[in-house]
Design a protein around this ligand. Structure first.
Ligand SMILES: Cc1cc2nc3c(=O)[nH]c(=O)nc-3n(C[C@H](O)[C@H](O)[C@H](O)COP(=O)(O)O)c2cc1C
Length: 334
């Protein structure tokens, strides 16, 4: 479906800066995610390879297939970045033409590239010519409400010889708010012959199925819907196959998964940094549990792995706020 990569299930983990590190990816993979992306990495910082960048690129044998996403707008930088990452043997190389963050936009990178379809094409041509693995691009619906040009950008990208394209169905102006625009994704899907991966509001199995129905996309990239809910992969695989969703995890199972995630995070960053990094993950995992506010606030001040473990162990005794309800994370009605 993406070059030589064939997925059993049409789902992947989208890149999320500051989130989709090795521990996060290993956890989502354990619930059925097959293809995952690292968080975006700047081509420039790759050239000057800092220790932080090198950690960001870390992987493991069971962390495959794995895509890396480059951020950049200069052919020279992108080419040098490609040389730097070549020995790591990533399975997919993606170009970011979607990031809406002002400091990235100011430098003409990320979603700024949407205003220069020809540049997107030339950057991708360089990557396609020099990479041994499939090259993809991630775009948005357009720059703003008045410039929804995803189809044009996508056609330029396809001309460069890429293997697949991901489209986040929001404009740069929307950032992450407002509803995803299914029509623009559908328009891109109709125009291209390569695989189209859709992104936006993939918050529940129902919304993911809706994405397939409304857009005809080949796969869906799961992003915020996986925060504290790696079960979304298991649930969606089941829902797409049989229309049924397994029972949501009991608090004990949530605690087991949190422990696994915390252990991986501490092994990766060290105990102290790992515990601090886990704070936000803690609050995502416990969403929907009853009377959790105080514990969440306390866990947000945890300084050590041991403190974090004791908060996680307390989860076992919790109940859901709505005993019969569905997962409450980012769920929107469909
Ligand atoms: C915290 C955060 C970080 C993100 N980082 C990246 C990134 O590095 N590269 C990228 O292409 N998209 C990034 N995204 C966008 C997601 O991959 C996805 O396209 C977007 O969240 C829409 O999907 P959703 O509505 O299902 O969350 C990020 C999103 C979030 C919330």
């Amino acid at each position: 479906m993406i070059g030589n990569i064939v997925l059993t299930h049409p789902l992947l983990l989208a890149p999320m800066a500051g989130i989709t590190d090795l521990p996060y990816r290993l956890i989502t993979r354990s619930f059925g995610c097959e293809l995952a992306f690292l968080e975006m990495v700047s081509s420039r910082s790759l050239v000057h390879a800092s220790e932080r960048t090198s950690r960001m690129l870390s992987s493991a044998a069971e962390d495959r297939p794995l895509g890396v996403q480059l951020l950049g707008n200069e052919e020279g930088d992108v080419l040098k970045a490609l040389e730097k990452i070549r020995p790591r043997g990533f399975d997919v190389i993606d170009l970011n033409a979607a990031c809406p963050v002002p400091k990235i936009i100011k430098k003409g990178k990320g979603a700024s590239l949407l205003r220069e379809p020809k540049k997107v094409k030339s950057l991708l041509e360089i990557l396609v010519k020099n990479a041994e693995v499939p090259v993809t691009v991630k775009i948005r619906a357009g720059w703003d409400r008045d410039t929804v040009n995803a189809r044009d950008v996508a056609l330029h990208a396809e001309d460069a010889g890429i293997s697949a394209l991901t489209i986040h169905g929001r404009t740069r102006q929307q950032g992450y708010s407002g509803r995803v625009d299914y029509a623009v994704i559908h328009e891109v899907k109709k125009a291209l012959s390569i695989s189209v991966i859709a992104s936006g509001d993939a918050f529940s199995p129902q919304l993911i199925r809706k994405m397939f129905h409304e857009t005809g996309c080949d796969a869906v990239a799961v992003a915020r819907g996986s925060l504290g809910n790696p079960w979304i992969f298991r649930d969606t695989i089941s829902f797409l196959a049989s229309g049924t969703i397994p029972e949501r995890p009991a608090p004990g199972e949530i605690a087991d998964t949190m422990r696994r995630h915390l252990d991986l995070t501490c092994a990766f960053y060290g105990d102290r940094r790992g515990a601090i990094r886990f704070r936000k993950l803690f609050s995502w995992y416990v969403k929907g549990l009853h009377d959790i506010r105080t514990m969440k606030e306390e866990a947000f001040r945890a300084q050590t792995r041991e403190q974090m473990i004791s908060f996680i162990e307390n989860i076992r005794g919790c109940a859901y706020r709505h005993p019969e309800g569905a997962y409450e994370g980012f769920a929107l009605s469909c």
